[in-house]
Design a protein around this ligand. Structure first.
Ligand SMILES: [Zn+2]
Length: 309
């Protein structure tokens, strides 16, 4: 054996011994964006499981037996919270009874927006509320603000390190890298979204305020506030009238829902129809998904508001 080979052997040996320890924990995540952030923090240690795959929506999801089995084995479950993934409330108590449940919307330091319909204002919580009165007070789409993602990453690092202290250093290093990259993403999107103020668009459901408010775009009108309740003819008519009156640039549909509602809204108008995706239905799962998701969101809104004619 040459000296070079011997050296390489030694180096690889060292890397293996000082590298991250194999995780003894099973981690389950609810939706793709949460799965992406947890995957990035756990990179090199373990790939977390994902429940809401493909183009499913967490708003009206039902658990398959195989997914119940995955939950049964979990040590840690990361989800946004009862207002988004209502289907998880009972399984977390009954099936994932050995797991620690991390309801991310209850993370200290998050920018949380009050649900539409009343007075809209940003609110920072200073203490953990664990009471159930919080139900439906806050807009649950917190991940669509990359500054919120940074707060979530810090929480994810703490929760993982508590359950799997052997890998705490890896989680912390990955978390720090991720926070740096998220800051860069915010700066990148601030540039991408500049100059769009004043233009308006309509989305299927009320999901994008964390994004639009972060980047200074006019709040989007939505066909429904909560997708659990489909709009009636009356609501469609109101939105169509409003679209005509207030110079709406386009209507954005979502892969999780039928698009014929958009056609009803734009009927007899020049308003264009585009597509937007708050969950990353078409994107590959994993550490990079979160970044691709926000970039594609920015692109969808930009293309919608500034169509190339
Ligand atoms: Zn939603």
């Amino acid at each position: 054996m040459s000296i070079l080979k011997a050296c390489l052997f030694l180096i690889f040996g060292l890397v293996i011994t000082i590298g991250p320890a194999a995780a003894k924990i099973k981690v389950v995540t609810s939706i793709k964006p949460v799965h992406s952030l947890v995957s990035a923090v756990m990179e090199g240690v373990y790939k977390p499981d994902l429940i809401v795959t493909g183009a499913s929506s967490p708003h009206n999801f039902s658990l398959k037996p195989s997914q119940a089995h995955v939950l049964e084995q979990a040590n840690l479950v990361f989800w946004i919270g009862r207002d988004l993934e209502a289907f998880l409330v009972k399984p977390i108590v009954n099936i994932a009874s050995n797991a620690r449940s991390v309801e991310l919307i209850k993370t200290e330091g998050l920018n949380r927006l009050a649900l539409e319909g009343g007075h809209i204002h940003a609110q920072h919580d200073h203490d953990e509320h664990n009471d159930h009165d919080e139900h439906s007070i806050f807009d649950a789409h917190i991940w669509l603000d990359p500054e919120n993602a940074k707060v979530l990453v810090k929480r994810i690092v703490i929760e993982l390190s508590a359950v799997d202290p052997d890998n705490a250093t890896t989680y912390e290093n990955n978390g720090n890298d991720l926070v740096t990259n998220l800051s860069r993403l915010t700066e990148e999107l601030e540039i991408a979204m500049s100059g769009l103020g004043g233009r308006k668009f309509i989305t299927f459901h009320s999901a994008y305020r964390y994004f639009t408010e972060r980047f200074g775009i006019s709040a989007a009108e939505s066909i429904v506030v909560l997708p659990e309740v489909l709009p009636g003819a009356d609501r469609i008519r109101k939105i169509r009238d409003k679209a005509r009156r207030s110079h709406i640039s386009c209507v954005l549909t979502e892969p999780q829902y039928e698009s014929n509602l958009a056609a009803l809204v734009t009927e007899g108008t020049e308003i264009q129809i585009g597509m937007i995706d708050p969950l990353g239905a078409m994107l590959e799962d994993g550490p990079q998904l979160y970044f691709s998701l926000l970039r594609s969101l920015a692109e969808s809104i930009r293309n919608c508001l500034l169509p190339t004619s």
